[in-house]
Design a protein around this ligand. Structure first.
Ligand code: ADP
Ligand code: GLC
Length: 468
């Protein structure tokens, strides 16, 4: 079976969040199960792409927005990756340093999708499934089934994976002429509540739709930023498939980004060496529990609650340390920076993105905070389990599907509300757990053995492909 993943992110080529981790690992596991999965993504002008060798394999031209865009397809030469990765280069449109955040992002998403389809058509590729990730590539199912230019691809099976339904990519009808021509009777397949909504269109037109955890799919049917009714009416083709993690890459026994490697048998000394590295760098006391947060500083992650929650926690429980690694809303970043002076020695933050540091934080922390308001799956809690760090999560989406509270016979600490009070209550429970050294160590060992590798979910995707 030959499948094409279309995505704006793929680790290690370009990563903003979990989408990159998923697209950078799922195809490998699918390959192990006998599927030929390849990835196509934009060519970014970033350090990684510049450093790597790539081979030009195709040149073509697309026309939209009254402009002819020349595009090139390059094949990346990656030694470690088992799957083939192709890059779409469109000069001055796609080849920029950042993945998102440009004013003309609609043109970037359209240009990419049109170039991918043009390449498939002109090269005569035949894929058993085109797998689209998020709204950036979710117009593909509409294009291949409705646009005259892609008639030959009509009926190609498609899967849309919704990693996050907060972002839908909508734009107004007056931009409709940016799209390739199609039978106007079908314009309803693009529209949702008066605007062109790529995510809604993907849900309507893809052969199958899935979210990245079963609970998130159920939550979306109740509340999906306006798409709940659509997901309910399309529920027959919708499922939830829990993300996995690349356990070969995220492996504390071999991870080169750690201060010391370890496995469950020597978790205590291994984690201590990594914690010491963090404590030395950030001025913490090695003997008190270290709570960390890694992620985008945005409302979805409840990052707006963190400054107050941290202030309260550090006042209530004197003997703890808190560390934040993240970037996002400027106000939250500023508040966190201000807390550094106030709570020197017990609070610190690295504002920014740092892949290497994130590995050290998963390894060196005692607890990982994930009080998310919305969490379609969440990978951090799975990384933290693998590194023996106990997750403290709000019961939502994928967090609900992967973390069971100690009180229910599980291994994590869960709360229900995204509130300062709930976060603090959970930190209080964690402080008590930390004091109970025997139980704390038993859980550390236990969680490192939980299998969240892709094997099972990769098979579920293959079963989904086979069903179409
Ligand atoms: P989301 O995709 O919603 O941001 P996920 O939990 O799925 O959340 O994935 C987040 C990924 O991004 C993880 O690999 C996490 O380690 C990484 N990450 C998030 N913020 C940072 C940061 N500031 N520095 C390094 N890695 C980060
Ligand atoms: C999104 C979600 C996150 C999920 C990731 C990978 O970014 O916010 O919860 O883990 O996609 O699917």
């Amino acid at each position: 079976m030959k499948t094409l993943h279309t995505s704006f992110e793929c680790y290690p080529v370009a990563k903003v969040g979990g989408l990159a981790d998923v697209v950078g690992s799922l195809p490998n596991y699918q390959g192990d199960l006998g599927t030929n999965s390849i990835v196509i993504m934009p060519y970014y002008d970033n350090a990684f792409v510049k450093k790597k060798k790539s081979k030009e394999i195709f040149n073509g031209e697309i026309n939209f927005n009254d402009t002819n865009y020349h595009y090139t397809i390059l094949q990346l030469q990656l030694s470690k990756q088992l799957f083939d990765t192709y890059l779409v280069r469109i000069e001055s449109l796609l080849d920029r340093e950042q993945v998102y955040g440009y004013e003309d992002e609609l043109n970037r998403y359209l240009g990419f999708q049109l170039a991918v389809l043009d390449w498939i058509l002109k090269e005569g590729h035949s894929f058993d499934v085109i797998h689209c990730h998020d709204h950036h590539t979710s117009l593909i199912p509409f294009f291949i089934n409705n646009c005259y230019d892609y008639n030959k691809l009509k009926g190609t099976p498609t899967v849309l994976t919704i990693h996050n339904a907060q972002y839908q990519g909508h734009f107004s009808h007056d931009k409709l002429d940016l799209l390739p021509s199609f039978n106007f009777e079908n314009v309803g397949l693009l529209d949702w509540y008066g605007s062109i909504n790529p995510l809604a269109s993907g849900i309507k037109c893809a052969s199958k739709v899935n979210t990245v955890s079963p609970s998130y799919m159920e939550e979306l049917k109740e509340n999906a930023n306006g798409l709940e009714g659509l997901l309910r009416s399309e529920s027959e083709k919708c499922t939830g498939i829990l993300n996995g993690i690349d356990t070969k890459f995220w492996n504390p026994e071999t991870d080169k980004m750690l201060a010391k490697n370890y496995k469950s048998a020597n978790v205590v000394s291994g984690k201590k060496a990594n914690k010491k590295e963090l404590c030395d760098r950030y001025g913490f006391d090695l003997n008190v529990p270290l709570f960390s947060f890694i992620g985008r500083l945005v409302g979805e992650k409840s990052a707006d609650l963190l400054p107050e929650a941290i202030r309260e926690a550090l006042s209530n429980y004197k003997e703890i340390s808190v560390f934040i690694l993240g970037s996002g809303h400027k106000e939250i970043e500023d508040e966190l920076n201000a807390l550094k002076d106030e709570f020197q020695g017990s609070f610190n933050a690295h504002i920014g993105y740092d892949e290497k540091l994130s590995h050290l934080v998963y390894a060196g922390s005692d607890f990982l905070l994930m009080p998310s308001r919305v969490e379609p799956c969440g990978l951090n809690q799975m990384y933290s389990l693998r590194y023996g760090t106990i997750p403290i999560v709000r019961r939502t989406g994928g967090l609900k599907d992967t973390v069971i509270d100690i009180g229910d016979g599980g291994f994590g600490i869960c709360h229900d509300q995204a509130s300062v009070w709930d976060i603090n209550y959970s930190i209080g429970r964690a402080v008590e757990l930390y004091k109970d050294t025997k139980t704390f160590r038993r859980i550390q060992k236990q969680i490192m053995k939980i299998d969240h590798s892709w094997t099972k979910s990769a098979q579920e995707y293959i079963d989904l492909y086979k069903s179409i």
